[in-house]
Every structure is written in C-alpha cells, then in structure tokens.
Design a protein around this ligand. Structure first.
Ligand SMILES: Nc1ncnc2c1ncn2[C@@H]1O[C@H](COP(=O)(O)OP(=O)(O)OP(=O)(O)O)[C@@H](O)[C@H]1O
Ligand SMILES: Nc1nc2c(c(=O)[nH]1)N=C(CO)CN2
Ligand SMILES: [Mg+2]
Length: 232
C-alpha cells in the first residue's frame, strides 16, 4: 500500500487512540539509527525471495492458535530454508504468536513484532534463524533500545511516513501488518490462524485494536489472486 493511501487510515488511528505522530516518527528515526552500520540484517530482496509465489501462513495470537496449528501440522510440512515453491508453508508469526509456535516445534520464518510479545522467545527464535520485522512506534522506544541489539536479521517498519531503510507496507496491529507484508511481497496464498477478533478475554484497548485488525486484514486480503483460506 502506498503511504498516501495509508495516511488517512493512520490519521483515524492516531485520533482514536490518542497516539502522537511526532513520537511515532521519532521512534522510526531511532530504529533507523539502531540498525545503521550493522551487518547481517534483512533486505527487501531477502523477504521477497522468502515470500513471492509461496503459500503463507500468518499466525495471530488468538486463543485458538495452538489447536488450529495442530490441524495444519497434520496436513503436511512447513517450509524449510531453501524449500522450493511447492514445499510447505512459509510461517509468519505476529509477535506473541511466536511463543505457541515454538512450543509446537515451529520456528517462524518471519516474526512481525512491535516488541511486546514474550521477548525471550522472540530473541530465541531470532537466534534460531527467524527474520524479525520490527515495528517502531511512540510507545515502544524502551523495548527498541533494549532488544534490537539482541536480534539478528532485522527489517524496520513504521506506521508513519517511511524513511530510508524504515518501511511502511500498511497496517497497525502485528497481525494485520503481517498480512500486508505477505501481500506486499507477492504471497501466492495467505492463510490465517489464531485470529479471533471477538475474543471476550481481552482488555477494552485490545478490543479496539482487534476491531482495527479485523478491518485492516479484510483490506489487505481484498482482491487476493486466490481466495484466502481462514481456518476460522
Ligand atoms: N484474540 C486475539 N488476541 C490477540 N491477538 C490476536 C487475537 N486475534 C487476532 N490477533 C492478532 O494477533 C496479533 C499478535 O498478538 P499479540 O497478543 O502479540 O498482539 P500485539 O499487537 O502485540 O498486542 P498489542 O496490540 O497490545 O500491542 C495481534 O496483533 C492481532 O492482530
Ligand atoms: N503509538 C503506538 N502505536 C502502536 C501501538 C501503540 O501502543 N502505540 N500498538 C500497536 C500494536 O498493537 C501498533 N502501533
Ligand atoms: Mg505486539
């Protein structure tokens, strides 16, 4: 999604949650600085070669994730590094979904995170090869400072205007940003598990975020080349 298309949606989000655009922009600059001069981080080309033409499984952190994952694991193999396009699913974990995935023996290919999932698990997955798409915003500056130096293969995102090396593929919550990312890089098919927008066991703020996730996932999946398969 082009930033001009995203910006009106972002304005609505800023208004509804009372977030500060200036603070989001400052966080994006900070993340850019934290990554500058490092070796071994993730390029757009790396993500493209992982995702383009592949079947992608985007995992949200809803309460059904472990069960739905069990059903998928019975179907066949997950992707292995260097797998051909017919081999298995590329797994993208939205932040906290990393924990149930690791518990089931699945190391995500990509983690999309604003660094408020279970961070020791995200660090462990990174050490085991997961690429980490780290989102900077005005409320995660302390986590960026503490954890970005501990992560490998990082790509930076922002919900504000993109900067050189800090991308905006569209989206707000980790789950919907993961779907926008999969669309941006040309996934052949996107399946969702662990998305329960009507989960009653959430705080009022999370409920509002899940309403945004519902709207944005629907937007990201519009006009998918092949129809989305949601396990729910
Ligand atoms: N019932 C659910 N509970 C939590 N996450 C859900 C649920 N259904 C879908 N998701 C998606 O899973 C993603 C990852 O979940 P996680 O609990 O790590 O959220 P988060 O975005 O880090 O939380 P927050 O919005 O508080 O920062 C969410 O961003 C959301 O898009
Ligand atoms: N400024 C700000 N931006 C966000 C926040 C947040 O709490 N503050 N949470 C997000 C994921 O839920 C995504 N973006
Ligand atoms: Mg998060």
């Amino acid at each position: 999604m082009r930033f001009e298309e995203w910006d009106p949606i972002y304005r609505e989000i800023l208004e509804e949650f009372g977030f500060s655009r200036d603070e989001d922009e400052a966080a994006a600059l900070l993340l850019k600085g934290l990554l500058s001069g490092r070796g071994g981080d993730l390029s757009l080309e790396d993500l493209d070669s992982m995702i383009r033409g592949r079947r992608v499984l985007v995992c949200g952190n809803g309460p059904g994730l472990a069960l739905e994952l069990g059903a998928i694991l019975e179907e066949g193999p997950m992707a292995r590094p260097g797998a051909s396009r017919d081999e298995g699913l590329v797994v993208i974990a939205a932040d906290g979904a990393t924990t149930p995935l690791l518990a089931a023996g699945v190391v995500p290919d990509v983690i999309v995170t604003d660094l408020d999932g279970l961070l020791p698990d995200i660090v462990a997955a990174s050490e085991r090869g997961s690429a980490v798409v780290v989102h900077a915003h005005g409320d995660n500056v302390a986590a960026l400072l503490e954890y970005v130096p501990r992560l490998r293969k990082v790509l930076a995102t922002t919900q504000a205007a993109p900067l050189e090396g800090v991308y905006n593929f569209g989206g707000f919550t980790d789950g919907d940003r993961a779907v926008f990312l999969a669309r941006h890089f040309g996934a052949e098919e996107i399946r969702l598990i662990g998305f329960d927008y009507d989960d009653p066991a959430v705080t009022p703020k999370k409920k509002k975020k899940l309403a945004w996730a519902r709207r944005l996932v629907a937007m990201a999946l519009e006009d998918q080349p092949s129809p989305p398969t949601s396990v729910r």
